[in-house]
Every structure is written in C-alpha cells, then in structure tokens.
Design a protein around this ligand. Structure first.
Ligand code: TYM
Length: 338
C-alpha cells in the first residue's frame, strides 16, 4: 500500500451473511478503490454486540465475513483487513469522543430510533445509543480521508464529521474531517418483499434479502417471488417501487444504465424480466461462492490475513490514540514490560 495515497476506511458488521445490499452498496465499490488508495477494511465485531447475539455465531461469522470479503475481490495484498476487537484504540478513542458529544445528538440518530422502537427505553442496551460514537472512533482512529458507505450510514458519517470538528476546536487541529466517498449505483438496495425498506440482514422475512451464500435455486425463488405491482410495464417510477428496485439491482449487477434495460424489456412480462434478473444475480454470486468455499477450508490463510491486517492497523491506531491522549492532557504512559 503506497503510504502517500489518501486513506480510505470502511467497515461492516459480521452479523449473519452478507447480502446483495452489502455487496452492491459496499464491497463492490471497495474493490474498485484498491489501486488508488491506502485501504483499511474493518470487521466490526464490537458493533455486533450492541444487539442480542450468540458468541459462537459471532466467532463463526467473523471468519465467514472475512472469507466473503476476499472472495468478492478484496485482495489482502492490496489492502488491510482487520477485526475491530484486535486493535487497541477503538474503544479508547470512543470514550474520549463520547465525552464531547451531546446526548441529544445520539438520541436523534434515525438508526437508534428505529432499533429502539417498540422496546421499553429502559431495556435497550446503552451500546445501541453509543454505537455512532464507536463508528466515529473507527474512522478517526485511522485519520481517514474518505469513507465509502451506503445511504443508511450517511447520518452516522455526518456525526463523525461534527465530532472531528468539535475535537479540533476544543483541543487543537488533530483529525482530518472525513468526506463521504461518493459511490456509483447500489447506494440503497431495497427489500424484495418490502421495497419501501432497505434490504437488511435482520429482516423478519428472509425472502426479502438475497444472501451472497444462498444457493442458486433459492436466489431464483426469492427473485421470482419479489413483490411487484399489478401492472405490466418495466419502468423505474415512484409508483412502481418493486420493479424500480429490480431494475436498479439489474443495472448495478450488469453495469448497464436503467434506461437501456427499460428499452430491452419493453413489452416483456414481469416473469421474463425477473428471470433475467435471477440469471444475472446467480452469475455474479456463483464464482464468489466457489472462492468462499475454498477459503473456508483453509483457516490458516484467513488467520494470516488478520494477523497482517492487525499489525499494520495497530501501528496507525497507536500513533493516533497517543496523539489524542496527549492533547486531552493525559500524562504520558510508562512503557510496560511484558
Ligand atoms: P453494515 O454492516 O450494516 O453494512 C455494511 C455496509 O453495507 C451498506 N449497506 C447497504 N448498502 C446498500 N443497500 C443496502 N440495503 C445496504 N445495507 C447495508 C452499509 O451502508 C455499509 O456501508 N455502522 C456500519 C458499520 C461501521 C462502519 C464504521 C462503516 C462501523 N464502523 C466505520 C464505515 C466506517 C454498519 O452497521 O454497516
């Protein structure tokens, strides 16, 4: 990784399997950045425990997530992939940043309100409220220039920028104020069963999400039963959310503009169109699944990737947290012999 190139950092939670929204809204875009930036990709396990979870599943999913990243094209020779809990500094920085962030700002975060909705406020874990601060720490700890995220994370990135500015004003210029990295298509892939809402790992109806590791017949079944309207036209329009979502998916998967697809499918029924979308998604996922299966048979390679990622990420993180502690007025820590 060229040390003079701008730094890109982004992360994803190792919860469950990655879906088409994660792929199109995130990983596919990350792959295109490897040659031009110093890229850090975090698997954020500390974020994953903000909602109820099973420890054994988390451990399994962390490896599965790493193998899926590599299978999707994140070449470990060109970037650093690390697990958040391996790096000392994320939670330390989060504490310092949290002390600068008004409680009201956290309570106004849409994702917090969504996730806390329906729960008695006394029973919601504090981690869910604190989550955006930890995300700010993930980004600022690496002094990232650019952060590629899907639309759902834009508000958290705005908060990160506010916090960076506040820290710089309170102490002295320390952090770069990170910019969102504008990505191409795929910023918001919607659920196949409820196209008003984004495709998500936690959907109650799992047939709304296309998982990277779903077998071809399941992918086809989910796409063929995607919710559409009663019309016939294959056009992207506000009153046709289901078809619009499928057109956007097809466009992002095949790298063809939506108007071209609308033209190609004029006069063809929904079934023919859905079948073409299914072919395109299966063709995209099949080679990824083959590479994933091979990687999961070789855990040593995966461990090695994490070790190299952690070594590099920790160096960068340590420099930043030391700087922050100095600015915050903490006495220099003594060197501790192991
Ligand atoms: P997470 O794990 O939910 O999602 C990972 C990435 O996938 C994008 N994404 C989508 N894009 C398009 N359509 C969808 N339906 C869709 N669903 C998810 C997300 O925008 C994200 O880019 N809080 C973050 C993880 C995080 C992070 C960070 C990200 C923690 N620290 C620092 C960037 C920088 C999250 O839960 O993403």
């Amino acid at each position: 990784m060229g040390k003079d190139k701008p730094v890109i950092l982004t992360c994803a939670q190792p919860t469950g399997h990655l879906h088409l929204g994660n792929y199109l809204g995130a990983i596919k875009n990350w792959v295109s950045l490897l040659d031009d930036y110093q890229c850090y990709f975090g698997i954020v396990d500390l974020h994953a425990i903000t909602v109820p979870y099973t420890p054994a599943e988390l451990r399994k999913n962390t490896y599965a997530c790493l193998a899926q990243y590599i299978a999707c094209g994140l070449d470990p020779a060109k970037c650093r992939i690390f697990v958040q809990s391996h790096i000392i500094g994320h939670t330390e920085l989060a504490w310092v940043l949290g002390c600068l962030t008004p409680l009201g700002q956290l309570q106004r975060m849409t994702q917090f309100k969504d996730k806390a909705r329906g729960n008695d406020s006394g029973s919601v874990g504090s981690g869910l409220l604190y989550y955006p601060i930890l995300m700010a720490a993930d980004i600022l700890l690496y002094n990232a220039d650019l952060v590629p995220v899907g639309d759902d994370q834009k508000q958290h990135l705005e908060l990160t920028r506010d916090i960076a500015i506040k820290f710089n004003n309170t102490y002295s210029p320390t952090f770069k104020v990170p910019e969102p990295y504008k990505q191409g298509s795929g910023g918001r892939v919607m659920s196949l069963q409820d196209p008003m809402n984004k495709m998500s790992k936690s959907e109650t109806n799992q047939s709304g999400a296309l998982f990277l590791l779903d077998p071809p017949d399941i992918l086809r079944k989910k796409i063929m039963s995607a919710v559409t309207d009663t019309g016939k036209e294959i056009v992207a329009r506000e009153d046709k959310l289901g078809i619009t979502n499928l057109l956007n998916i097809m466009s992002a998967v095949t790298n063809r503009p939506v108007p071209d697809l609308e033209k190609e499918f004029t006069g063809q029924g929904y079934a023919a169109f859905k079948s073409a979308v299914a072919d395109a998604v299966v063709a995209l996922f099949q080679p990824i699944q083959e590479r994933y299966n091979a990687l999961m048979r070789d855990k040593e390679v995966l461990s090695q990737v994490l070790q190299e990622g952690a070594a590099d990420a920790q160096k960068r993180a340590y420099r930043m947290i030391s700087k922050v502690y100095r600015k915050a007025g903490f006495v220099e820590r003594p060197s501790i012999e192991e």
